[in-house]
Ligand binder design. Structure first.
Ligand SMILES: Cc1cc2nc3c(=O)[nH]c(=O)nc-3n(C[C@H](O)[C@H](O)[C@H](O)COP(=O)(O)OP(=O)(O)OC[C@H]3O[C@@H](n4cnc5c(N)ncnc54)[C@H](O)[C@@H]3O)c2cc1C
Length: 464
């Protein structure tokens, strides 16, 4: 057992954990952050796509729901999702926050009351739009297709600081960690500030169980040498993401029946358009535009201007052997648009009898209809821009993992209360993607940062 009793132990050094670590350390608290993943930096991120998948994600790259039709991408690295994500930052709108307020009955869930927290979060990261002159061939197709169909699109806002496009930088590389520290991941933004203010960070430590003994919280787990260790604290912050938090509480036999329920993923589906001429979606900034169409928002889907590196694209393409190869040979001729839906049908995270994770997540009729509407808009975009063939991807991906510890006033329908502590234990807090009461249909990171800022003030109040 570690000798020291920390004021706060944080499990997970992803977006929420890192933001909270910075706020709590700067308030003078002694804080330890435990992270299951490795601590990479721009000099040693895995270079090959296959190595990056296996070293930066749980499950060797991908996990699956029980019906094996949604590939779940769950980051496992110091910095969490901020290392591998596309760094798109958006505020939630009235549609998202009204729905949260309605479910949780919490009054501060409104665009006005969240604004100071969004503002404070945005002071920690630099945000840029991709300059028009550097938009790539994939963005051109996206914009032309939107214009031709009367859909509205807009430039994306990315947490980045000088990607050096003028030097020919192909930013698709940043999906495996940004080699130029342009992407505003936690390791280049809030974590250094936390470490300078005394944060102790232990990477490659997986927390497996939490318990309360003599008024203190004990976190049990295994370190990188396979040794069992125990850390103690007065307060605990769960920042292990939707799946990580649910798993830890279930393993620790917490009683609230809502743990693991209300799991959402914004299921996404990539479609490829094959063109006669070269598009070179892999060159330059790979994601410059998003749909900004009020009608899409009301119909609960959005379209994004994405692409993937070769292994990812290969997984989306049909056929084996020569058929598959004939598609891969045309990779430079492919444009790609993705539909992401605001899923209505919640899934569940539970433990199977052998203790392994069990993720049940399906699309019901409403979700399937939303999906089909988005897909049909993508086909319209490709067909109006001279596509030769459309290949709809093989399966869906879930990478906005949300819920499992829903926030709300009523302990009969939620896990976390409005002050971010568990209904079941006032010394255990959570403010990350796990507390989302439903799927907002908007990129979650900026709101996770804002919620961490707000939660830090609650946690400080409970200690100081
Ligand atoms: C490929 C990809 C692209 C994305 N693009 C965007 C985007 O453009 N914009 C956007 O807003 N969102 C995006 N997201 C989603 C976004 O990154 C996540 O919503 C966000 O990172 C969640 O933050 P979090 O703090 O809840 O969890 P995370 O950032 O996932 O951090 C959780 C951390 O906890 C650690 N952990 C889990 N269990 C344990 C344990 N038992 N012990 C110790 N540590 C543990 C994990 O290893 C992880 O590092 C993307 C995600 C992916 C995968």
């Amino acid at each position: 057992m570690h000798h020291k009793i920390f004021d706060v132990v944080i499990v997970g050094a992803g977006i929420s954990g890192s933001f909270l670590a910075k706020e709590l350390c700067q308030a003078g608290l002694s804080v330890l952050c435990l992270e299951a993943g490795k601590n990479f930096n721009r000099h040693n991120y895995p270079k090959k796509e296959i190595d990056a998948n296996s070293q930066l994600y749980w499950g060797g790259g991908i996990e699956l729901n029980t019906t094996a039709d949604i590939g779940i991408l769950r980051p496992k690295v110091v910095g969490g999702g901020s290392v591998v994500n596309q760094a798109l930052l958006d505020r939630f709108d009235d549609i998202a926050l009204d729905s949260w307020k309605n479910k949780s009955k919490i009054d501060w869930m409104s665009t006005t009351q969240m604004e100071p927290w969004y503002k404070s979060a945005l002071e920690e990261v630099k945000v840029e739009e991709i300059p028009t002159e550097f938009r790539n061939g994939n963005a051109d197709i996206f914009i032309k297709g939107f214009e031709a169909n009367g859909f509205k699109c807009a430039p994306l806002k990315r947490a980045q600081n000088n990607c050096a496009y003028e030097k020919g930088s192909d930013c698709i590389e940043c999906l495996s960690g940004c080699i130029r520290d342009s992407k505003q991941s936690m390791g280049v933004t809030v974590l250094p500030k936390a470490l300078n203010s005394g944060l102790e960070l232990v990477s490659e430590f997986e927390a497996e169980k939490i318990e309360k003994v003599s008024g203190h919280i004990r976190v049990h787990g295994t370190d990188k040498f396979g040794d069992k260790r125990i850390f103690r604290s007065k307060k605990l912050v769960l920042a292990a993401g939707a799946i990580g938090n649910s798993k830890l509480l279930l393993q620790s036999q917490f009683k609230n029946n809502n743990i693991g329920k209300g799991f959402y993923t914004h299921p996404q589906f990539m479609s490829l358009g094959l063109y006669e001429h070269e598009i070179h979606s892999e060159k330059g900034p790979f994601q410059a535009m998003k749909s900004d169409d009020p009608d899409f928002r009301v119909r609960s889907f959005k379209l994004e201007n994405v692409f993937g590196p070769p292994v990812a694209v290969g997984m989306l393409l049909p056929g084996i052997a020569s058929k598959h190869l004939s598609y891969m040979k045309r990779i430079t001729h492919m444009a790609c648009v993705e539909v992401a839906i605001r899923d209505q049908n919640p899934g569940t995270i539970s433990l199977a009898r052998n203790g392994r994770l069990k993720i049940v997540k399906t699309l019901d009729e409403r979700d399937q209809t939303t999906f089909n509407n988005g897909l049909s808009a993508i086909h319209d975009i490709f067909n109006s821009t001279g596509v030769k063939e459309i290949v709809d991807g093989n399966f869906k991906i879930g990478l906005h993992l949300m819920g499992g510890l829903a926030i709300g006033k009523d302990s009969n329908s939620s896990v976390v209360n409005e002050n971010f502590s568990l209904h079941e234990d006032p010394d255990i807090f959570a403010a990350d993607s796990s507390i989302f009461p439903d799927a907002p249909g908007i990129n979650p990171s900026l709101t996770i940062m804002a919620l961490a800022k707000k939660a830090a003030s609650s946690i400080k109040e409970s200690i100081l």
